[in-house]
Design a protein around this ligand. Structure first.
Ligand code: MG
Length: 454
């Protein structure tokens, strides 16, 4: 089970990210390709999201991989979970050029292991070592890898997701899909159509300038989706982030479904089908634990980051535990009978099944959940570690969880305070039963932090 995070030099929680032409250059991407090709032999699948810099970087990573002797299969534009699925099924590794939810000027790389999971900390440290030390194995003319384009492989992912659901559960449902001009333009509408839904789309032309909305599917950015859901009489609207591993929902009334509530609605459905463990980071809303308890399903907490969730799910299964569901409270859901990574297309399909099998409206499913209040805050400070240490002393009489940062439990609330791995920022989440207790806890924390940094 993953209980600790390892800090890396180049890679963050979900791969490398940086501004195109500044932090992220073709040279760096080529080195990452050559390093990956030195570590992992065989056939490597590559793919990209719709960013304008994607073509440059995919050629750079291919160049490094080919020089290191790997055969490369270019799957073109596709969601990260689609590439992960293809790697799990038929390749020896993968590299996805994407900056996920970051603004258009960013790009990045996610490295995929042969089992379709994102590369874990220990292997990533070895990869970083190669990138910095540069002992790449570059091959002679007769051992350069082969290069193949396979844009149609994406069909395998689309049918794999749709085939999970028999009997066209979406028949009679209208749904609106907003892929945000990202790679899900070519997957989610098809998946939902195959399930029998009548699909309406918005922002559904592949475009790395993101003309309709930013890659982060925020409530503010989804106003057009919301209006279209209401005017079309759809049962829900769905929006993806820039690489479609996450999915967020708009209910039939046009209301944004907060992502922890989304997690809880799906968790409740899965727990009612079969009892087993749910895996999620310590940052996930209390509401998910409350639903799991109510449904008699144990919950295991991990550090923040989907790779920790996926790897913990795998190691619990190795230990003989029945793991039924995992994910994060940001719309990134992991369905272990499909694959061990967040999958936005699968989340969309699952919501169709939930509405079909319960006969309820999405707003109704959200309304029957327990009520919690969440406050999110961030403090810009280079003294994150010092603050965490001092807060640990201040709250030493309270129950504390140190899985990731400091999670302090107090009365009906908890507060999670943790340092960002990449920026001088302290992130705070407070989850409380009553709004006033959450606000008071937040005030107390701010005052204590103020005293510590003085
Ligand atoms: Mg993403």
């Amino acid at each position: 089970m993953i209980t600790k995070k390892i800090q890396k030099r180049l890679f963050g929680t979900n791969g490398v990210r940086g501004i195109t032409g500044k932090e992220l250059t073709p040279e760096l991407v080529m080195k990452i390709g050559a390093s990956l090709g030195t570590m992992r032999k065989g056939r490597i699948a590559v793919g990209r999201d719709t960013r304008t810099s994607g073509r440059t970087y995919i050629n750079a990573i291919k160049s490094g991989l080919l020089a290191a002797g790997c055969d490369v299969v270019d799957c073109g534009i596709l969601p990260t979970p689609a590439l992960q699925y293809l790697v799990k099924e038929q390749f020896d590794g993968g590299a996805m050029i994407t900056a996920s939810h970051n603004p258009p000027e960013y790009n990045g790389i996610k490295i995929i292991e042969p089992d379709g999971t994102e590369m874990g900390d220990e292997e990533t440290l070895k990869l970083e070592q190669l990138i910095f030390d540069e002992p790449f194995s570059t091959h002679t003319w007769d051992h350069i890898g082969h290069d193949l384009n396979a844009p149609r492989l994406i069909e395998k992912y689309i049918t794999a997701v749709a085939n999970h659901f028999t009997g066209k559960p979406g028949r009679g449902m209208t749904v609106v899909v907003d892929p945000g001009s990202g790679p899900a333009c070519i997957t989610t509408p098809r998946i939902l159509s195959l399930m029998g839904c009548n699909v309406i789309t918005i922002n559904c032309i592949l475009d790395g300038t993101f003309p309709g909305r930013l890659p982060e599917p925020s409530e503010e950015g989804l106003q057009n989706l919301s209006s279209l859901v209401v005017s079309s009489g759809a049962v829900f609207g769905i929006a993806h982030d820039g690489d479609a591993d996450r999915a967020v929902f708009i209910d039939e009334k046009g209301q944004f479904v907060e992502e922890n509530q989304e997690f809880a609605v799906v968790a409740q459905h899965i727990c009612r089908q079969s009892k087993g463990t749910i895996v999620t980071p310590v940052s996930t809303g209390q509401i998910v634990e409350m639903i799991a308890k109510k449904e008699n399903c144990p919950i295991t907490f991990t550090p923040v980051g989907s790779i920790y969730v996926a790897r913990t799910m795998l190691s619990l299964i190795d230990q003989g535990e029945h793991v039924i569901f995992g994910g994060e409270g940001n719309g990134g859901l992991i369905f272990p009978d499909h694959q061990f990574c967040r999958d936005g297309g699968m989340s969309a399909a699952m919501m169709v099944l939930i509405l079909a099998s319960t006969g309820k409206k999405l707003s109704g499913l959200v309304k029957q959940l327990p009520k919690r209040h969440i406050i999110k805050d961030k403090i810009v400070t280079p003294q994150g570690e010092k603050i965490l240490e001092a807060l640990g002393v201040f709250y030493s009489q309270n129950p504390i969880d140190r899985t990731d940062g400091l999670k302090v439990f107090k009365d009906d609330s908890w507060a999670l305070i943790r340092s960002s791995g990449t920026e001088p920022i302290l992130r705070i989440i407070i989850d409380s039963e009553k709004r006033e207790t959450g606000i008071a806890f937040h005030e107390e924390l701010k005052q204590e932090i103020q005293k510590i940094v003085q």
